[in-house]
Design a binder for this molecule. Structure first.
Ligand code: TXA
Ligand code: MG
Length: 350
């Protein structure tokens, strides 16, 4: 398959926006930026087209796709039994990085939802994503635009790396602001339950609707059963190198990373260390990449996937990192980091 790449720099590029929307209407796969990560979009109502998304990503078919819509007024077309608490959440967080799960209407094909009777809906906040979706007039199924298992793409270059020859069109609209995927909130339970942490935090949701629950798998890796967001059960976001995370007393963490680096080096491995502005002077390794400042959790979130991909480009065998604050978006950052590390988390010194 030939993949066309177009760069859209502003909403004034109306013809290019129309080209992307027309491609969607014609049943093509179109990768485009959202404020969270890039997505591979396709007409959510056409089964054959939806199947192509799974092929392009190499994604297991039991892992449901999020449907992206133009605004809250479209929810009732695709979902039913919408609870009252959903409306203040739509008003406060849409457009934005919040996906809400509702009972689906039959119009939504089972192929999208992995056989579940529910559907995830989101109104993305990125102006270009909104313009393309609105112009297409369609609900757009869009998973993150990475090959299944790899870190999600935050720049067009990442999409090109993974999906060249696998999608029809890639819209380059610059880098994704947030850098981590949307919060997935199950609205079919009382209270609503977070299935995947993201840009909209638990505290932000609770400020609007009171109590919000968390899937037990997010709180403990030993929780029984499978997570309720099917995607959360897969090894995910993972670089090729073996990633380990060190947590605890600051000095001890630095010491532990230093000695792990030395050990791996002695075994002939190429070692990459993910550092922060605060710790970059502390280490020596084959590659040292800074994820930003500990004092700026948004920056750390935004850089995480890019850094994991960069470590792969540099062909690091072993990747070591300190852990980050779990406050606010840090909860999502640590969720993705630990998944990428296959839960190789070492507590040191406390
Ligand atoms: O920020 C985002 O949400 C990005 C951008 C492109 O919008 N999209 C994204 O899609 O991350 P994807 O397919 O990579 O992740 C969707 C997650 C998966 O963990 C999936 O299992 C969960 O949402 N999910 C989707 N529909 C669901 C449903 N009906 N019930 C439970 N979990 C659902
Ligand atoms: Mg994904």
């Amino acid at each position: 398959m030939n993949t066309k790449i177009i760069k859209i720099e502003s909403l004034k590029d109306v013809l290019l926006i129309q080209e992307a929307a027309k491609a969607l209407q014609e049943g093509q796969l179109v990768a485009f930026p959202t404020e969270t990560v890039y997505g591979i979009g396709a007409n959510a109502l056409k089964i054959e087209v939806v199947k192509r998304i799974y092929e392009a990503k190499g994604r297991p078919s039991d892992n449901p796709l999020i449907v992206h819509i133009g605004g809250p007024e479209e929810v009732a077309r695709y979902a039913t039994d919408i609870p009252e608490v959903a409306y203040p959440l739509m008003a406060r967080f849409w457009p934005g990085p919040l996906t809400m799960i509702f009972k689906k209407k039959p119009l939504i094909p089972d192929e999208i939802t992995g056989g579940l009777k529910t559907v995830g809906l989101r109104v993305p906040g990125h102006p270009l994503a909104r313009a393309i979706i609105k112009t297409s007039g369609l609900p757009i199924a869009a998973p993150s635009a990475n090959l299944s298992g790899k870190p999600s793409p935050t720049e067009a270059a990442h999409v090109i790396e993974d999906l060249m020859g696998r999608v029809d069109l890639i819209v380059d609209g610059g880098s994704a602001d947030i850098g981590l995927e949307s919060t997935v909130l199950d609205m079919t339970t009382t209270p609503p339950m977070i299935l995947r942490p993201g840009g909209v935090t638990r505290a932000m949701l609770e400020e609007v609707i009171g109590q919000v629950a968390m899937d037990a798998h997010l709180l403990s890796h030993e929780a029984a059963g499978v997570p309720r967001a099917p995607g959360m059960k897969y090894r995910h976001y993972a670089p090729k190198g073996q990633l380990s995370v060190y947590e605890g007393d600051h000095e001890k963490v630095i010491e532990a990373i230093r000695s792990a680096a030395k050990e791996a080096k002695a075994m002939g491995k190429k070692v990459g260390i993910i550092v922060t502005d605060e710790t970059k002077a502390c280490f020596e390794a084959d590659s040292i990449l800074s994820i930003g400042s500990h004092l700026k959790p948004d920056e750390v979130a935004k850089n995480l996937f890019r850094i994991l991909r960069a470590m792969d480009q540099l062909e690091m065998d072993v990747i070591l990192t300190e852990s980050y604050s779990r406050d606010a978006i840090g909860e999502a950052t640590m969720n993705r980091l630990l998944k990428a590390a296959g839960n190789r988390l070492y507590h040191v010194g406390d």
